[in-house]
Design a protein. Structure first.
Length: 538
């Protein structure tokens, strides 16, 4: 790998960079390495103090990935051969170790500026360059500006009355203290039962004097079927890695599983139940994106899948009233249209005497008090309050930077009436700006590293094409992004996704426009569109 060190002035200004990237997670690191290999000068600016993106911030107890380890890594031969996770679904600690390993192998950190949050970026049309400012006063300029801010970099903290009055420890899961937090013997409350809420509840239930889980919407969580992996198991799995990495580019969710080539009511009832049983035993996301191919579009099939999930889940919960809250007889929304979590013992913790569940639909929170949380029917005394309240997902990381293109408008202003992108990577009026794993790409519907490698390679080839053809500026056209938006919305309209108030639609954030934020046509269809664009000269 060859790189030339960019010149840095005394006041920290970096000149003559080819590319500035924001974010040192899977996406930023992929592009850093790939673009350096093309002899481009690249800097990554990262708000956190370490590598890993979401795995730097989400270090709460129990944080782990819901994609299996073999697919939740780069597919490069020279990286996977000497790396192994000790569990099928690795913890945040191991994912951080993985990033340290990648850093050692690829020598990435020297081109990363940590503890620096990008606050403003302005396109200078006279020079076709971006001027990028950060919270430490530093300024950098580059021809291309790559936003690798991920889908979960802006935590959402609900505006609960009295929240700041709480006298105990209060933390959002994605802003967890890096030094950890001892919750042994404490009275702990968790607000939220999304992916983070489920994970942290499982851990806290084992150590806390009492855990109170405040639930608004039941999570249709699926069995993780976690496994410890010894050397033999890893060796056997690695024999299949090349095939797995090839396959993950061809499946709907960039995963090692895919929808069946069968619709739910094309088979007799007993066969349908047997299939539900089979994907259930397989575990992970198999009962979701490894089940019948119409499970997320056909109401009847979806209902059958819900009932299967409900009955399996209720059988694990002792108290029928609690079971009704966690797995209601009638679904609150269709099955699988909010991101299901993978759980290990989430439902069993509610059989423990030190765990209680509060249904916020029937008894909403009135306020947070000095000593706990007060709902309409009483107060819960707490020493620790955990906000597992998610993110201003997908767009939040982008719109929280004051990015101004050629029309003087910020990206946030531009998207106020709905997100507009071309291929989920570029925006009109914002030349030479590209983003990965962003809105209107498959993002949340694709395994992170798969989507990132494919988009990253596409971007690298685009920049190479521009260089070869001596172009200094590229920009999405308005008709292209209007067409892309129409396609993204139309694809989602035939699914059941719009039927739940999920973060997939921005519906978890008060005031955020409710619209699908991802391309729901699957990764292969998405990449075909990207390739088509490239073949037509972008
Ligand atoms: C708790 C959690 C669990 C997840 N589990 C899965 C899973 O099971 N499978 C899966 O495929 N995906 C999962 N994801 C999605 C995950 O985002 C992707 O897998 C992957 O991490 C995306 O990588 P990225 O580099 O695009 O973004 P990220 O990993 O989000 O990294 C973005 C980085 O950008 C930095 N940043 C943002 N704004 C600024 C700024 N203004 N200035 C400087 N730096 C900035 C952030 O600090 C962060 O480090 C999960 C996400 C979360 C939050």
């Amino acid at each position: 790998m060859t790189t030339t060190e960019p010149k840095m002035t005394d006041n920290g200004e970096i000149e003559d960079l080819d590319v500035i990237l924001v974010g040192a997670g899977f996406a930023g690191l992929y592009l850093l390495d790939r673009l350096r290999s093309m002899d481009m000068t690249v800097r990554v600016i990262e708000a956190g103090a370490g590598l890993g993106g979401v795995w730097y911030w989400n270090c709460y107890p129990g944080a782990r990935v819901d994609s299996s380890g073999p697919i939740y890594q780069y597919s490069r031969d020279d990286l996977w051969r000497n790396w192994q996770f000790s569990e099928l679904y690795p913890s945040w600690q191991e994912i951080r170790d993985y990033f340290r390993y990648v850093d050692e192998k690829l020598d990435l950190s020297r081109d990363i500026r940590f503890n620096r949050r990008v606050t403003e970026a302005q396109f200078d049309s006279s020079r076709n360059r971006w001027i990028v400012r950060s919270d430490d006063g530093s300024v950098a300029t580059a021809r291309y500006f790559g936003l690798c801010t991920g889908l979960g970099s802006k935590p959402y903290i609900p505006d609960l009355p009295g929240l700041s009055d709480f006298a105990g420890e209060r933390h959002h899961t994605a802003l967890w203290p890096q030094q950890g937090l001892d919750m042994a013997g404490k009275r702990v409350g968790i607000i939220g039962t999304g992916a983070s809420g489920v994970q942290v509840a499982q851990e806290v239930a084992g150590v806390a004097a009492h855990l109170t889980v405040f639930q608004r919407t039941p999570n249709m969580a699926l069995p993780m079927r976690q496994m410890k992996l010894d050397n033999d198991a890893v060796s056997r799995m690695k024999e299949r890695y090349p095939a797995i990495y090839d396959r993950r580019t061809k499946t709907f969710a960039g995963s090692d599983i895919d929808f069946l080539q069968q619709a739910g009511f094309d088979v007799p009832d007993d066969e349908r139940q047997a299939t539900f049983e089979q994907v259930w035993e397989e575990g992970g996301f198999a009962p979701w994106v490894g089940s019948f191919n119409d499970i997320l579009v056909n109401e009847e099939v979806n209902r059958a899948a819900y009932e299967f999930w409900r009955d399996k889940t209720r059988a694990r919960i002792d108290d029928p009233a609690v079971a009704e809250m966690l797995a209601p007889t009638e679904p609150i929304h269709p099955y699988g249209v909010k991101r299901p979590s993978l759980e290990q013992n989430f439902y069993e913790i509610f059989n423990q005497s030190n765990v209680s569940l509060v249904d916020l639909r029937s008894t909403p929170i009135e306020r947070v008090t000095l000593g706990g949380v007060k709902t309409t029917i009483g107060e819960h005394d707490l020493d620790v309050l955990i906000l597992a309240t998610g993110f201003d997902a997908v767009t939040g990381g982008l719109t929280s930077i004051d990015i101004r293109g050629t029309e003087g408008k910020t990206l946030k202003e531009k998207w106020a009436g709905g997100v507009r992108t071309h291929l989920g990577m570029a925006v009109s009026g914002f030349p030479n700006l590209l983003f990965m794993y962003g809105p209107q790409s498959p993002n949340a519907f694709a395994n992170g590293p798969t989507c990132i490698e494919l988009q990253g390679e596409w971007i690298a080839q685009l920049l190479d094409h521009l260089r070869q053809s001596s172009h200094t500026r590229i920009e999405a056209t308005v008709p292209a992004e209007e067409a892309w938006r129409a396609q993204v919305l139309a694809l989602a309209d035939v699914t059941l996704f719009p039927r739940a108030d999920s973060w997939y639609l921005g519906a978890n954030i008060p005031g955020k426009l409710r619209e699908i934020l991802a391309f729901t046509g699957g990764l292969p269809a998405y990449m075909a569109k990207c390739r088509e664009s490239a073949e037509r000269g972008y």
